[in-house]
Design a protein around this ligand. Structure first.
Ligand code: GYE
Length: 319
């Protein structure tokens, strides 16, 4: 009798009462994100992507900017541990030196997701997954483009290289991938290589020094990101040379500023590296909280844009 009453009551209840609790009644997932900084157009787009997709996903985001300093990122991670956030995500400014703080997160049972840049650690239980690009492949793409471009040129081809932040995954891997390809022909020579810390200002400054030391001997500039290439373009123009013609310029990221430089004929090619990692990160965070298993490595898909296609591609660019 009693049971029957319940059934009748349920049938009479409005449909909504039988569904799971609506989203607003659930406690939102809290995600602590320790960003590298705001050093480049890429980084600005990455931050924007993370903030907007957290909002769309209903995730409570705690965000910090480390101004390209590892110590600041470690402090931010420690504060997320102290606040007992649900998940910590970060983009490690350099590859090494993370074990201590990540063991602390592990002991506090807070899962960690790496985005954009990888760490180098023997212990891969310190993070759940790494979402980001294959930087070595980006370096190879840059190298392959140059080899193709210089086919039939006997050389020597003198290259100057603007490296990214010292010790960072993209600087290490973009150098490695590029060298792997160009070493197949001894006509390619890297005559100078120095860091420009992924910024326009340093890119310009270091290029000025390269020009002072090597002048007209420089045939090619390989910059590990667009911002440094854009800074270097200014230096080349100020030295009375034509960027994109007197010096072939190759860079990485594919940000709008690079497309503008390509359309102006000043940058020859940009290898794409997508900063739009936010949506993937939010869905991984939700999966982790739901106890689902996630792959250890999630690779971003990307292309390469020579200046010849820049005007056609420009309207499609999202960052
Ligand atoms: O290429 C550069 C940024 O880690 C992939 O960092 C990222 C790099 C990007 O400052 O522009």
């Amino acid at each position: 009798m009693k049971r029957r009453t319940v059934l009748v009551a349920m049938a009479a209840a409005p449909l909504g009462a039988m569904l799971p609790l609506p989203a607003f009644a659930q406690k939102p997932i809290v995600l602590g994100f320790a960003q590298v900084g705001a050093e480049s157009e890429w980084r600005t787009a990455n931050t924007q992507s993370i903030k907007s997709s957290a909002q769309e996903a209903g995730i409570d985001l705690k965000f910090s900017d480390a101004q390209q300093k590892q110590e600041n990122q470690i402090k931010a991670i420690r504060s997320y541990i102290a606040q007992k956030v649900d998940v910590i995500a970060f983009s490690p400014v350099v590859e090494t030196g993370w074990d201590t703080v990540l063991v602390e997160a592990k002991n506090a049972k807070i899962p960690v997701v790496l985005t954009d840049r990888a760490i180098s650690s023997k212990d891969d239980t310190l993070y759940v997954t790494f979402i980001g690009s294959d930087f070595t492949e980006e370096g190879r793409k840059a190298g392959r483009w140059l080899v193709e471009k210089e086919k039939g040129n006997a050389g020597p081809i003198n290259i100057v290289e603007l490296q990214g932040t010292v010790g960072s995954a993209p600087a290490i891997d973009r150098k490695k991938g590029f060298e792997e390809i160009i070493k197949s022909d001894p006509k390619f020579k890297i005559i100078r290589s120095q860091t420009g810390d992924f910024t326009r200002a340093k890119g310009k400054e270091v290029m000025e020094a390269f020009l002072k030391a090597e002048g007209k001997k420089i045939n090619v500039l390989y910059a590990h990101n667009d911002d440094m290439a854009i800074g270097a373009i200014q230096a080349i123009e100020e030295a009375g040379m034509k960027p994109g013609k007197d010096i072939i310029i190759i860079s990485v990221d594919g940000v709008k500023g690079a497309f503008e430089a390509m359309m102006a004929g000043k940058l020859n090619v940009s290898v794409e590296c997508s900063p739009l990692l936010g949506p993937q990160l939010m869905s991984v965070v939700k999966d982790i909280k739901a106890g689902k298993s996630v792959p250890k490595r999630i690779v971003t898909q990307e292309g390469i844009f020579p200046m010849e296609v820049a005007a056609k591609e420009f309207p499609n660019r999202k960052y």
